[in-house]
Design a protein around this ligand. Structure first.
Ligand code: ADP
Ligand code: GLC
Length: 484
């Protein structure tokens, strides 16, 4: 089967969040299952800078007379050729893929990602006459929402699968922009892409695709409720017969404490867990600027990595830290970037408690890995979490997560109770209410169990021994692609 996988980011070339990890690890897992995959992403400047071997595949003519160049590249960590949509006016700019220096969305995002989607649709239909036509196309999030739409006008389109990684981001635009994109007039309708008087790129993906997936079964249920649906609940309920939740897997080469290239010591469930974690804790705290005396203190270390935004409930954690500092001996390490207010609050906390709260207000792949290995407990109090990868990384690294009961967190973390521990099922701590108080109580429960080394090791090993790779989920995707 030939599959075109389209995304707006892909680790390790360009990453703002978990979508990049999935766009790396899922195509690799599918290639291992024998699928003939191509991954198509924009040729952002960073991407071009990071690739050495590229060749020009050809030029595609798009609507409105635009012409884009398509490059093909190989990357040592990817098992298939990458196709890059090289449109300098859209993608060759300084800044992140979606926002400029002022943290605001690029105003021409609709044009930029319509272009990506149209180019991907043409590639799927062998627009370059390479003798490669897709049997299935997998589009991801609003950036490729128009891809199933562009394919819908073909007489024999490939099967289209659209995955919602986060329903809260949809990219809406007005009628003037719609006209400037030269989209068929009837797409501006309630049954297709129109959404409360605007056009939604996400809705186009929801309506035009043959199959709709989300990244965990729980989130597939949640987005059909007003609380989690961000206005799309009624639409999703209407199309629920084509909606399935497939849990993300993780890349178990990049995220594996036995082989992780960012760690100073390796370990696995069968051995050296304590020693391995101790060495990595030392490396982490040293990198965070802690003194030797602080590093040697035998106290629990609680960590968190993530985008500092409302979704992640990071405000709940920042508010829970001061009482936890008073009531317990724990120390904290937080890594993230995002909203200015949250960054200031975190910075202020680490300035006030220089020996107990450590922060890195930036993006660091190495620190993220060291934190997973070096901490004792991982905090992920998300208000909503379509899947979440960090709780799975934490489970693999022997760092029990404290999570809120939502989305993929609810699907992967089993709360520690005397019964679930005895049965060898518990792997972390789960709380329900999105409040500082509930989070604080869950962290205190975790700290209590941490004081019981035997029970704690049992919890750690349950997490470390489980399977989080793509085996099952890649098979589930094959089914929705319609593979024989
Ligand atoms: P989301 O996609 O909503 O941000 P996920 O848990 O699915 O959440 O994935 C987030 C990914 O981004 C993880 O691989 C995480 O380690 C990484 N990440 C987020 N913020 C940072 C950061 N500041 N430094 C390094 N890695 C980060
Ligand atoms: C989104 C979600 C996150 C998910 C990731 C990959 O960014 O917020 O929960 O893990 O996509 O699917």
């Amino acid at each position: 089967m030939k599959l075109l996988f389209a995304a707006s980011e892909m680790f390790p070339l360009i990453k703002t969040g978990g979508l990049a990890d999935v766009a790396h690890s899922l195509p690799n897992a599918l290639a291992e299952l024998g699928v003939d995959v191509r991954v198509v992403i924009p040729a952002y400047r960073t991407v071009l800078d990071r690739l050495t071997q590229m060749r020009v595949l050809g030029w595609l003519k798009l609507s409105a007379g635009t012409e884009v160049r398509i490059l093909e590249a190989m990357h040592p960590e990817m098992k298939m050729p990458l196709w890059l949509v090289d449109a300098p006016t859209a993608f060759d700019r300084v800044g992140d893929p979606y926002t400029g220096a002022n943290q605001q969305d690029w105003p021409d995002n609709p044009t930029r990602f319509a272009l990506l989607s149209e180019a991907a649709a043409s590639l799927a239909m062998d627009g370059l006459s390479l003798g490669w036509q897709a049997d299935a196309v997998h589009a991801n999030d609003w950036q490729t929402g128009l891809l199933p739409a562009y394919l819908s006008v073909e007489t024999q389109p490939p099967r289209t699968v659209f995955t919602v990684h986060n329903i809260a981001y949809d990219c809406q635009f007005d009628f003037g922009t719609f006209q400037s994109l030269h989209l068929p007039a009837h797409w501006w309708s309630m049954e297709l892409g129109e959404f409360y008087g605007r056009f939604s790129m996400l809705k186009a993906g929801l309506m035009f695709s043959d199959v709709l997936t989300t990244v965990s079964p729980r989130y597939a249920d949640e987005i059909r409720t007003p609380e989690y649906g961000y206005g799309y609940a009624p639409i999703l309920s209407a199309v629920s017969d084509k909606l399935v939740g497939i849990l993300n897997g993780i890349d178990d080469i990049t995220w594996n404490p036995r082989t992780d290239k960012h760690l100073v010591a390796h370990y696995q469930a069968g051995g050296k867990v304590r020693a391995g974690k101790r060495a990595n804790r030392q490396a982490l705290l040293t990198a965070m600027g802690a003194s030797e005396e602080v590093i040697q203190q035998p106290v629990p270390l609680i960590g968190s990595v993530g985008r500092l935004v409302y979704q992640k409930g990071i405000d709940l954690l920042l508010d829970a830290i001061p009482p936890l500092l008073e009531r317990t001996n724990a120390k904290f390490v937080l890594i993230g970037t995002g909203e200015a207010k949250l960054m200031h609050q975190l910075e202020a906390l680490s300035k006030t408690h220089p020996d107990r709260v450590f922060s890195h207000l930036g993006y660091s792949e190495t620190l993220a890995h060291q934190l997973e290995a070096g901490c004792d407990i991982f905090a992920m109090p998300s208000r909503y979490e379509p899947c979440g990868l960090n709780q799975m990384y934490s489970l693999c690294y022997g760092t029990p997560p404290v999570v809120r009961e939502t989305g993929g967190l609810a699907d992967t973390v089993v709360d520690a109770t005397p019964r679930s521990i005895a049965r060898g099922e518990a792997n972390g701590f789960v709380f329900t209410e999105p409040t500082t108080h509930a989070l604080q109580a869950a962290i205190e429960r975790a700290l209590e169990l941490f004081e019981q080394p035997k029970q704690w090791m049992k919890l750690i090993k349950t997490g470390m021994r489980a399977e989080y790779g793509w085996k099952q989920s890649a098979q589930a995707y094959l089914d929705v692609y319609g593979a024989d």
